[in-house]
Write a protein that binds this ligand. Structure first.
Ligand code: PDD
Length: 291
């Protein structure tokens, strides 16, 4: 694979912009050894960020949880991110930020005063074509076997990687995760279920990453007067839902049309994106046009 295909040409490492080929970190970086770091993925449309502030706030919360100092102020982050977007030609891109605790002799003990490693890259963010929305995606139900601190956007993602693998091995696009009989999320996205015209949103706790797209969807739904409840969603409610949506910064909002090889929804609507999905799709596209 060429480096061109891995990400857009210009990356950021520890305060400097450079081609990906020139970006090197120590194998003793705690991100490499322990997954001791946090990350963010921020979508840009036509070079304009979607909810940059919220992403930077969540980055701060993740750093606080790991007791890693934030190496930059909000203004510095905005300047570095803005420059990276520009170096990579603007347009529709996703900025990936990773901060690790830094480089040290391998030791589990939390080490204070290390110099954090900061890496950023840009990836193309292709807006899904209409037929992707019309088709929707397929999911399989799996037990949520990840750790109990999923609210931290940590780079230690082995649980999510294994679940994504398992879903792909079963021929599905994504995994729908359940813990103690209740819906949590997907391996790298949030989930909402629609039942009897009400959008059901699992509450954000330690078992779920508080998604920026999920928060935006709730805001758009409330502003448009769509019925919505933030509460736990049982497996039975998911299995009998009229619609299921998957949400993330790289997917936006996409309908899940197949769950465990069965069509989602009922009657003539079964296996197709539902009416509330199309309403939310319009609200989301309108919001993006206003960035
Ligand atoms: N994933 N839940 C999990 C576990 C996630 O990893 C993500 C994001 C989300 C959605 O969050 P947001 O709307 O802020 O993107 C929910 C990103 C895109 C990733 O890891 O690439």
């Amino acid at each position: 694979m060429t480096t061109q295909a891995m990400c857009l040409p210009s990356v950021f490492l520890n305060g400097k912009f450079m081609p990906l080929e020139d970006a090197h970190i120590s194998p003793l970086d705690r991100g490499f050894i322990f997954g001791d770091g946090v990350y963010e993925v921020i979508p840009f449309y036509d070079g304009k960020a979607l909810r940059l502030h919220e992403h930077l706030k969540r980055l701060q919360r993740s750093l606080d949880e790991l007791e890693i100092d934030n190496p930059y102020s909000t203004d510095q982050w905005k300047a570095h991110i803005g420059a990276l977007v520009e170096h990579n030609g603007g347009g529709n891109i996703a900025i990936y930020i990773q901060i690790t605790r830094g480089v040290a002799k391998r030791d589990f003990a939390p080490i204070r005063g290390l110099k954090q490693t900061v890496f950023m890259m840009a990836n193309p963010l292709p807006t899904p074509k209409r037929d992707v929305y019309e088709r929707g995606i397929s999911c399989v139900s799996l037990d949520d076997s990840r750790w109990l601190r999923c609210h931290i956007k940590s780079t230690a993602l082995l649980g999510a990687v294994m679940l994504k693998h398992a879903s792909n091995n079963e021929g599905a696009d994504e995994a729908l995760l359940f813990r103690d009989g209740y819906l949590t999320e997907s391996s790298a996205s949030n989930i909402a279920a629609i039942k009897n015209g009400v959008i059901l949103c699992p509450p954000m706790d330690n078992l779920i990453l508080p998604g920026i797209t999920y928060e935006l969807m709730i805001e758009l739904a409330r502003n448009a007067g769509l019925p919505l409840e933030v509460r736990r969603v049982s497996r039975h409610e998911v299995n009998t839902a009229d619609e299921l949506w998957i949400l993330s910064s790289t997917k936006e909002v996409v309908p899940i049309t197949t769950l465990d090889e069965k069509p989602v929804g009922h009657g003539a609507q079964a296996g197709k994106p539902g009416p509330l999905f199309w309403k939310m799709y319009e609200l989301f596209q309108t919001y993006k046009r206003g960035l």
